[in-house]
Each structure stands twice: as C-alpha cells, then as structure tokens.
Design a protein around this ligand. Structure first.
Ligand SMILES: [Fe+2]
Length: 398
C-alpha cells in the first residue's frame, strides 16, 4: 500500500472525516459532515498520487508525465480506512492510492466555476472600486512596513485586493523604489533601466518624461509579458499641477459590459497592436484591451493611447471596434471612477499594471521628479501566501 509521505499542508481541513457516497468505474464521490459532496475522477486521483514513487520526497514535484499514465484508469476498490483516509486501488496498474479527506476537500474541483480571477484560479473576481476608494484609502507607512511583518502584509494585501496602494514617509532618496520592490520580489529591468526617472526632460524618449498631462493608461502594453506592477516614488513635487490619477480598469470593464455588452465583447475578442520604437528599440506586442477568463470576467486590461499602433483589424470589424474602443475610453475618463491625489516627497504608490490605470495632470515647472520601477505580481502573491502559511490556518490547493 502506497503511503502518504507528506503531511497535508493545511490545518483547517486536516481533521475532516468523509464517507464514501458512491464508487463507479471511473469516479468516486465523497460526502463530508456538512453535507457537501464532491466527485473525483479516477484519472485525477491517479495523477495526484502521493508518495515517494510518484512525487519527489524533497520538493514534492511530480515524477511522471500524464502521458506515462494508462489511457483508461478505473477504480477497482475504494474504502475509508480506520485512519480516516481514502484508500483505493486503480487498474490496470493495480496501484494503491491514499488521500486524506482534508486534502481532497481543499482540492475538490466539481462545483467550482472552473475559473478564477487570476492566473492560479484563486479568489474569483476581485471587488472593484471607483472614486470612493479615496474615502477608505489606507496610507501605509514606510517605517512600519519595513519593520513590522503585519504592516508589510497589509500593504501587500492591499495591492492584491485593490491593485493599488499608497505609502507615505519613504525617504526621498534616489533608488528607494527598487528597495521597496525588494520587499516582495524583484525589479524587472527594461530598456528604461532598472529604475527610470520621471521628470520633464529636454529630449524625452517617452511622453512620460515631459511636463504634459497623461490620460490614464497602463504601462508598456508593447512589452510581452507586460510589467505586472509599477512602483512610483516622489522625490520632489510641483507647487501647481502634476496630481496623480488612478482608475480601476476592472470597474471600467464592468461598466462597459453592463452598458454596452457588444462593445465589451469586441474588446475582449480582438487583439490590437502596440508599439514602442526608438533608434535602438522596437518593441511590439498584440493584446486585447480587455482580457477575460473562461467565464467572461476581466483578468487584465491594457490601454495606452500613446503606444497603440495603427489598428489592423478586418475592415468589416474596424468601425464597430472603433465604437467600442471609444466607448471604453469614455468610461475610463468618467470622473466617478478616478481617485486623484497629489504626491509629495516621500510618497510612493504601487499599481497592478494589468488592472489599474494611472495618469497625471500636466504641470508647469521643472521640479517634479518621480522614480519608477517595474516588478511582477507573482512574487508578491507568493510572499503573501508564505506569510499566510506562517500564520497558519489557511487551506492550500496543492
Ligand atoms: Fe505610465
């Protein structure tokens, strides 16, 4: 009998007991004390076999490929053993498998929508926000975040939940954006450098490096993959103008879907070209303005009027696409969506660049100086999960 060599990683479900509600050739069903039932396919159970013969003892990575499995796997016998574990034998290998009911409950897949709000299927669609976010905006404190793990957690959790977080009291010294990124992950270096200075320049290679106002946009849609996070840190502010604006692209997409579903569908269907070109650079990527998951919910937005390239959609699609594109742009300009704030020296904000658009008002003088860098969401989410694991009590999908 193959044995569980690795304790179930979750504590909230470890004590769960289950009973066999049914066994068929190619699936079985478990019932838990709360009445919930879940069906597990024989091939899924075989693929998730635990133990040293199937997974590496040190890193828990699977040791076989799905093509190594028999094409037709059936359940020859199954029972809940005295220790509470599900034990079954699958054919044609005659292999014995053991699962804890807690692990199966956490990883059950029927009854789920089958889709999630982000790449790993966690969480479903996030709650969106509009201008009223300003009323509940937490101003995270640099000293607390760097010293207190609970404050660090709250900052990262806000970025995960809202795709935006504002921090105060960051030392107004060059290079601090990179230090902040290192609190949860790694700086993504680009052709703009490890970090970039956002100020009015004499020979700007990007409109960001002028004093002009910038409509709300996501950064670098011409890059593949697009930067997941942007950090912007204020070293010096302008007396007049230069206020920052952020908009939840998921809320804008939701409003578009509600008011003009056919326009939403066009933006979610057709990929359009983006391009950034200088003497030494020619970056191009094709992406959808609204990317949706299997249930049609937004999982990413891309919007940048400066770098969208000449549209090359089929002629019969072009007029309708322009109508949809224009309507999305109008929604993004709606003041009821915008959170506006003026950054002062020491302020820093983070945006989820696949969700939240940012922009700024124009400014007159030459004092305003921000530094920015890119980073990625995966390491931030990883850090949050590790912190949650250390706190204990969270169920974990294997
Ligand atoms: Fe930008």
């Amino acid at each position: 009998m193959d044995t569980l060599t690795r304790a179930t990683p979750h504590t909230d479900a470890a004590d769960l007991v289950a009973e066999l509600a049914g066994v068929e050739d190619r699936a079985l069903t478990l019932r838990w004390p709360d009445g919930a039932t879940h069906r597990f396919d024989a091939v899924w159970l075989r693929d998730n076999a635990r133990g040293d013969a199937h997974r590496h003892g040190g890193n828990d990575q699977r040791l076989f490929d799905v093509a190594d499995l028999p094409a037709d796997i059936t359940i020859a016998a199954a029972e809940i053993a005295a220790d509470g574990n599900l034990r079954l034998t699958v054919e044609p290998e005659g292999l014995d498998l053991v699962f804890s009911p807690g692990w199966l409950r956490v990883n059950a897949y029927d009854g789920r929508s089958g889709v999630g709000g982000n790449e790993d299927g966690e969480g479903g669609a996030p709650a969106t926000w509009d201008a009223r976010l300003a009323d509940r905006l937490v101003r995270h404190d640099y000293a607390a975040v760097t010293r207190d793990p609970a404050a660090l957690y709250d900052w990262l959790d806000a970025i995960r939940a809202d795709g935006f977080a504002l921090m105060h009291n960051v030392p107004a010294e060059p290079g601090m954006v990179c230090r902040l990124a290192s609190l949860f992950g790694f700086v993504r270096e680009t052709n703009y450098g490890r970090l970039f200075d956002v100020r009015s320049e004499a020979r700007p290679n990007n409109m960001a490096f002028t004093a002009a106002g910038l409509g709300v946009h996501t950064d670098n849609p011409y890059r593949d993959p697009v930067p997941g996070l942007q950090l912007l840190h204020c070293l010096a502010a302008e007396e007049d103008g230069g206020a920052s604006i952020v908009v939840d692209g998921f809320e804008a997409a939701r409003r578009l879907a509600e008011s003009a579903p056919e326009d939403f569908a066009l933006l979610a269907r057709w990929r359009v070209p983006f391009r950034y070109r200088t003497g030494t650079t020619d970056l191009r990527a094709r992406r959808r303005l609204i990317e949706v998951d299997e249930a049609g919910r937004p999982i990413a937005v891309a919007y940048n009027n400066r770098s969208i390239a000449p549209l090359d959609l089929p002629a019969e699609v072009m007029p309708a696409y322009y109508r949809a594109y224009r309507r999305f742009s109008e929604v993004l300009r709606d003041p009821s969506l915008a959170v506006r704030f003026k950054m002062g020296p020491g302020d820093l904000f983070v945006v989820d660049n696949r969700r939240v658009l940012h922009g700024r008002d124009g400014f007159a003088g030459g004092t305003r100086h921000l530094q920015g860098c890119y980073a990625d969401m995966d390491s931030l989410l990883s850090q949050l999960r590790v912190m949650e694991r250390e706190r204990g009590g969270e169920g974990e999908r294997a």
